[in-house]
Design a protein around this ligand. Structure first.
Ligand code: TRP
Length: 330
């Protein structure tokens, strides 16, 4: 059976971009693959090492978001990276063979150092970000990794490290993980830019309906529609992108773009329809979130079970790793 691994860093509540792009697919994979989904706190620490005060709470928020959208601990392993120390052990083994050049040339590494100027990322740990990522994946011998385009350079390094390890030690310990390319609908933020917490333009999964309602009502539309009577172009409107994800009413989906182009419907009408669909989709998600949020014991059990399942698999891989490295365990 194919093994799927994916992960998110616990940096706070997730937004509709995460839901549409990643989580909806993760939920589908649970039924067809052996899935491991990890909240990667060590990865968050690589950039937030100066202030880890939010880590535990942020991990809890991510867990709640995951459960609320339908990740099912009966079907997949859901766990915190630091609870499964095998990730760190493999990270050490892969560090030995990871050429500095591969890491220094990694385009994401260079970007992040330039973009996150308020953090000093010229650390030993941060340079090894892709090595830890490779360890996350390879410790489960995962062969399918659903990630966005922005992670493809990292995935390439994972494959190269798998190949290099196998070559060095003359055994096919690791399969080469492939990117599981999935449908990524475009989910812009309220200002039309990419949805991102740091831009302050996000619609969060946990936002209550009145909050979502307000954010959508004040959302930017095609700037050409200054007055109600000005025609617009749906392809220039971020609300239309959200309609495509949330609106499953076929006749509305014909009426809206036609009405926008001829100004027979206004942006407010269009947004009202969207809000109704968002409400319908998000209400059961919020109900699940509220249910789990009141049960800390259950959350702890879910994480403990997930870590156990993960450790079983990761432990078997590490036995092989120690074996090929000629480091027999007592
Ligand atoms: N780097 C990923 C991100 O920022 C998170 C991540 C860590 C990951 N380890 C992974 C994703 C392994 C896929 C596989 O989003």
């Amino acid at each position: 059976m194919d093994v799927v691994f994916s992960a998110m860093r616990p940096t706070g509540r997730l937004h509709l971009g995460h839901m549409a792009g990643a989580l909806t697919n993760w939920v589908l994979f649970q039924d067809n693959y052996d899935c491991y989904y990890s909240i990667v706190d060590w990865h968050a620490l690589m950039s937030d090492y100066a202030d880890p005060s939010g880590l535990a709470l942020n991990s809890r928020e991510v867990l709640l978001d995951w459960l609320s959208v339908g990740l099912d601990p009966e079907k997949c392993a859901i766990f915190i990276q630091s609870h499964v120390t095998e990730h760190i052990e493999l990270h050490m083994a892969l560090s030995m063979i990871a050429p500095l050049g591969w890491l220094e040339r990694n385009p994401t590494y260079k970007d992040q150092i330039l973009n996150l100027r308020n953090k000093d990322l010229s650390t030993y740990g941060f340079l090894g970000y892709p090595v830890l990522m490779a360890s996350d994946i390879l410790v489960y011998k995962a062969n399918k990794v659903p990630v966005g385009e922005d992670q493809s350079a990292h995935l390439e390094i994972s494959r190269e490290l798998a190949r290099r390890f196998n070559n060095f030690y003359g055994r096919n310990v690791f399969p080469e993980p492939e990117t599981l390319l999935t449908h990524y609908p475009k989910i812009p933020g309220t200002d039309g830019r990419k949805m991102s917490k740091s831009y302050g333009n996000s619609l969060d999964i946990a936002d209550e309906i009145p909050v979502l309602d307000k954010k959508i009502r004040t959302m930017m539309t095609d700037p050409a529609r200054e007055r109600r009577t000005d025609p617009g172009d749906p392809n220039k409107c971020p609300v239309w992108d959200l309609q495509k994800f949330f609106n499953d009413d076929e006749s509305q989906m014909r009426e809206i773009p036609a009405g926008c182009r001829t100004a027979s419907i206004g942006c407010i009408d269009c947004k009202k329809m969207l809000i109704a669909h968002v409400t319908k989709r998000m209400t059961p998600i919020h109900e699940r979130r509220a249910k789990f949020a009141g049960r800390d014991d259950e959350l702890a059990d879910i994480l403990a079970d997930g870590a156990k399942k993960a450790r079983d698999k990761a432990g078997r891989t590490m036995s092989e790793v120690y074996d090929v490295l000629n480091m027999p365990k007592q």
